[in-house]
Design a protein around this ligand. Structure first.
Ligand SMILES: Cc1ncc(COP(=O)(O)O)c(C=O)c1O
Length: 400
């Protein structure tokens, strides 16, 4: 198996620069390439795992850290707490909710864990989720099933699914009088399918259940408005599509949830610093504010259109390859900026991922084997058509 060194990255970056001179003109992303610290020549199709933080965001994060260290106690419990409250307000505006409904977290997983812990479900209470949830949105329910006797069921959303109404009916059929929670991703990590969130939230509300949405793959990559989705809870990450510092997250808890969800960490309220949450990652939170400014400045409608344009281009070109099977919905309402494909059983997805990086400077995800033997691509505002070309030619040469 080839190892990737910085030298190999740079060497092939040089080779690429010369191919570029001969090839088609580069089409622009929505932000200058110079805003990013990605290794020269690297085609990064992995925002869905961790987004690359732009320079202005990193600069703000480091500046905040330096500022803090000038007088940690005075600033960390003082002016910078107020600044973090400003970030809460920005994060609330981003998701379309009131500041009092917004909590800053470290990750989607942390938000989901707080929700599950704070729900106070009783033995026999029923939680319904899908068979495609990322562990970050699933482990919390497994924990309640194991520790508190909560009944957990999954609805299948098989790869290749493209029927929103069928997904909603499957949920409806599985609900019982004890169903307390519907928990599902906004965009599935495995296939990138965009779930019928509005319809599922309406179903939950109609039956008196809580609608919990794992938005890790949505906020920042597509436009999100939690009020129009109708969910009670929306947990997402700052370090993926929002391009914020690693270890940042957002959690929306709607006013109408009242005290039905009361995790220990929020016992003293939802402020960025409280007795029950303790000190948080102050520079990271302040950097998250800069990240929200950065992506909002470009605009979510533009970002979504750009991301889907590149994703659909990938989809169409992948559809022309007969050795792979597309696992994501075709261009249309269930498509998102993620696209995944299954490989023939003779090609291991981990080996392919390694070879794409080592031989072609192309970074993709290996889909966990519990889902399928395949890879996943995600396209964001810094990606350009040339990245699609580079990926397709790399894949073509590896599958030859
Ligand atoms: C759907 C989904 N939920 C949760 C997570 C975990 O995110 P975090 O690391 O921010 O907790 C991921 C990460 O890829 C994801 O795709």
């Amino acid at each position: 198996m080839a190892t990737v060194t910085r030298r190999s990255l740079l060497a092939s970056a040089g080779a690429l620069a010369s191919t570029r001179a001969l090839g088609a003109p580069r089409s622009a992303g929505l932000a200058p390439a110079s805003d990013f610290l990605l290794a020269p020549g690297l085609v990064y199709l992995q925002t869905a795992s961790l987004g690359p933080t732009p320079r202005p965001v990193l600069d703000r994060t480091l500046e905040a850290w330096r500022e803090l260290e000038a007088n940690p106690t005075y600033l960390g419990y003082g002016a910078l707490v107020e600044a973090m409250e400003g970030v809460r307000a920005k994060a609330a505006a981003l998701l379309g909710c009131a500041k009092r409904e917004l909590v800053l977290t470290r990750s989607t997983t942390e938000g989901m864990n707080w929700i599950a812990e704070g729900l106070d479900l009783q033995p026999g209470d029923h939680v319904l989720t899908t068979d495609q949830e990322h562990p970050g949105g699933r482990v919390c329910w497994d924990h309640l099933a194991r520790r508190r006797g909560v009944a957990l069921d999954v609805v299948a959303v098989p790869p290749g699914e493209n029927d929103a109404a069928a997904i909603v009916s499957r949920f409806e059929r599985e609900m019982t009088s004890r169903t307390r929670v519907l928990s599902f991703s906004h965009i599935l990590s495995s296939t990138g399918l965009r779930m019928p969130v509005r319809e599922l939230c309406a179903l939950a509300r109609a039956r008196g259940a809580i609608a919990v949405v794992d938005g890790a793959q949505a906020a920042g990559g597509v436009a999100v408005n939690v009020k129009s989705l109708g969910c009670h809870v929306y947990a997402t990450s700052g370090h993926k599509w929002l391009l914020g510092p690693k270890g940042t997250g957002l959690l929306y808890l709607s006013d109408d949830v009242g005290d039905r969800i009361q995790p220990i960490a929020l016992e003293s309220g939802r402020a960025a610093h409280s007795d029950s949450s303790g000190v948080t990652n102050i520079p990271g939170v302040l950097g998250l504010g800069a990240a929200i400014d950065y992506v909002s400045g470009i605009g979510f409608a533009r970002i979504e259109a750009h991301n889907l344009g590149l994703r659909n281009a990938l989809f169409e070109r992948l559809a022309g390859l007969n050795r792979i099977r597309l696992m994501s919905p075709p261009p249309g309402p269930l498509a998102s900026p993620l696209v995944a494909f299954e490989l023939p059983s003779t090609v291991d997805s981990r080996v392919l991922q390694t070879r794409l990086l080592a031989n072609h400077d192309v970074m993709v995800k290996r889909v966990p084997k519990v889902w399928f033997n395949g890879n996943r691509l995600s396209t964001h505002l810094f990606n350009r058509n040339e990245d699609v070309d580079r990926f397709m030619s790399a894949l073509g040469s590896e599958l030859r």
